[in-house]
Design a protein around this ligand. Sequence first.
Ligand SMILES: Cc1cc2nc3c(=O)[nH]c(=O)nc-3n(C[C@H](O)[C@H](O)[C@H](O)COP(=O)(O)O)c2cc1C
Length: 372
Amino acid sequence: MSNKIVSSIPNSEKIDRIVQAILQTPTPENSQPWKIVVRENVLEVFHSYERAKLATFPDDLSVLGIGMIAETIELAGSTEGLEARFTFLLEERSDEHPWLRAELNTVDNLSPAPLAQALFLRHSDRRYYAGGSVDDPVFQEVRQEAAAIQGANLYFTEKYPDEYLQLLKNADQIALKWPEFCEDMTRWVRFTDKEIEKTRDGMSWRSFLRKNPNWLYYLRSRLWWLATRLGWFPPSLQKLESYIFDDSSEPSPSSYDDGAGIGCITTLSASVEDLVASGRLVLRLWLLLNLRGYGFQPITNLPAIIYPQRLGTFNLPNSLNDLVANGYETLQQVFGFSEPELPIFCFRTGRAMGEYPAIARTLRRTDHVCYR
Ligand SMILES: Cc1cc2nc3c(=O)[nH]c(=O)nc-3n(C[C@H](O)[C@H](O)[C@H](O)COP(=O)(O)O)c2cc1C
């Protein structure tokens, strides 16, 4: 039975709270490639190609992002008694036209969705985890979430075969050795509090620390700051990095044993419907796990390479191609998905190590919201 629409113009504070929730939606490297236009009860979401430019993933990753935004609007709307009607405008993907239109109407009988409680709690947690197991009851809920969404699947591994760890490291190598990818990856790291406050986007260097900040880690962040500004990642720097910081989260660590496991979300195809479904699933799992005290860190280096490689849209320089030869097959073996599924989003998860430090939290811009 559908809900009855009782009024078409909800009050502006309700809409505003939904906009705040949209701003909190995660984006790759906190690049926030969206502009939100509010006209009474209609929200339009525009894309900014320049902010989203990712060398390996044309804009399918942004379509996944639209799925996350749609899910956010639906969840946040449920707490305001507002039902969303979506129009996805994803055929001609340009910055001039909106990618998503949501019309929000007041309905009776709408109960707040439980996951909405986590919209402002959710965050990326790159610290060590305090254990956890995919046999914990929360993973029962996680699997139910995945089963309820058509177009995307979820797989877990608790084991990290050497081929897989090697593939992760090779993906790091590609990211560091291919200038376009490297630029995408390092463009959004913010190294000083002043820079963070000024831009209100990107990621604080502190969020990459698996341990408490100390002088060694600060030194590391400065080294990386210098390297990214100069675009200079010689093997000697990478060796130094792994020698001093062998437990750091970047480049990939040699073990993930601190948590419950690694999840892999696959999309059944590169169609708009399946990508949107995948985005919805990513967000729902992230919210659910955070709500149950589990940390969540996307690890998308590998899907960022394997997805376009599989679609034949990845123009990887030949010299780097060998590093990920058989990458799809390796992921298939590790996670157990089958053709033609495409891995689009991987994450590590485990019991969070206490409260997430406020200082490591990412900020959001507000200058890309426009009320008409
Ligand atoms: C599609 C996507 C891919 C991401 N990939 C990574 C990743 O590979 N490694 C990582 O540490 N964080 C990754 N993130 C997390 C973002 O950096 C993070 O969501 C953003 O900085 C905002 O911070 P928050 O999640 O704490 O709100 C990814 C996020 C999204 C949405």
